[in-house]
Design a protein around this ligand. Structure first.
Ligand code: 13P
Ligand code: SF4
Length: 305
């Protein structure tokens, strides 16, 4: 079958089965073409609960499918490729979280959404890169233990100097590859380009950027900007998507290594097999995890909306 024939068959089966396909913005173009919605982690969470489909196929990583299931417990939710995990989400154990909490009494525990559902059961609220600042501001506590990404955490902390923050030593292994030297090199090569970066990048990189935001934030900024050239400091599929969408503008990757293999394991055939009933993984979580992580995720939607 050709790619187009597979896409046609996916579109036919998803309609017949009343299934919606959600795709994170780091997915490939051929997947976005069959998706009902494409967006950042926050957008995907909200979209999942709004959809009236009876099933959802998540093309992204495991924590996204679990968040979707927790927000839409009556829907059947599949992770298109069961191997798609996020290394950052797996970084911190429950024991480490408990120890940190003991060392920081009185702190609100804020979990980046890139965490396991198990970890979320012992946190107060979770946040995404696009909602973190708003939610941390809205919390009544003036002391915040932010896990697991110290880069996103310190980006938020710098914007809320009236609150005290403590961090863990995690981070996204992909965004961490970008160095300030990469920014300087790219700027030298493209002096008229604006530098747009994700807050998972190192602080020294974020400080050199013209705009800092989530994947959706970066895409919206580039679409609306009057500038013609952009250096993109997040997963390189965003360079490709923007170039398709805005053919009159120029987009350059900040670092060629900025490719998330975990996001890239999902293929069109995974979606096809999922709809055929012989692929994907249906997300089933124990009730204590649904309830415990649910509190943390619902609070995010309440404060971040
Ligand atoms: P956002 O999609 O929320 O910007 O996060 C990026 C990311 O790394 C997803 O895992
Ligand atoms: Fe996880 Fe980083 Fe990949 Fe996002 S880009 S899924 S945070 S490893």
């Amino acid at each position: 079958m050709t790619i187009q024939e597979i896409q046609q068959e996916i579109l036919r089966m998803k309609k017949e089965q009343n299934v919606c396909i959600l795709a994170h913005a780091y997915q490939g173009q051929e997947i976005l073409e069959v998706a009902d919605y494409m967006g950042d982690s926050y957008g995907l969470s909200v979209q999942a609960s709004k959809s009236d489909a009876s099933g959802v196929i998540m093309c992204g990583v495991r924590f996204m499918a679990e968040t979707c299931k927790i927000l839409s417990p009556r829907k059947r939710v599949w992770l298109a490729n069961p191997q798609a995990g996020c290394p950052m989400a797996e970084q911190m154990s429950l024991e480490e979280l408990r120890r940190l909490k003991e060392e920081h009494p009185g702190y609100a525990v804020v979990a980046y959404i890139n965490t396991t559902s198990e970890l979320k059961t012992e946190c107060d609220v979770c946040v995404t890169s696009s909602s973190a600042e708003k939610i941390c501001r809205a919390l009544e506590q003036d002391k915040i233990l932010f896990i697991p990404d110290p880069n996103l955490g310190s980006y938020v902390a710098d914007r809320i100097p009236e609150k005290k923050f403590a961090f863990y030593r995690g981070g996204c292994p992909r965004h961490l590859v970008v160095t300030p030297q990469d920014v300087e090199r790219a700027k030298k090569k493209h002096p008229d380009a604006l530098v747009l970066v994700h807050p998972e990048c190192r602080k020294e990189v974020v400080q050199l950027a013209d705009y800092v935001g989530s994947t959706t934030g970066i895409m919206d900024f580039a679409r609306k900007s009057k500038s013609q050239e952009f250096i993109i400091g997040t997963e390189n599929s965003i360079v490709e998507h923007l170039q398709f969408e805005c053919p009159d503008k120029q987009f350059y990757p900040l670092a060629v290594q900025l490719t998330c293999m975990n996001m890239k394991v999902t293929t069109l055939m995974d979606i096809y097999h999922c709809l055929k009933g012989n692929g994907g993984e249906e997300i089933v979580l124990p009730q204590n995890i649904m309830d415990g992580a649910g509190k943390c995720i619902h609070r995010m939607v309440e404060l971040g909306g």
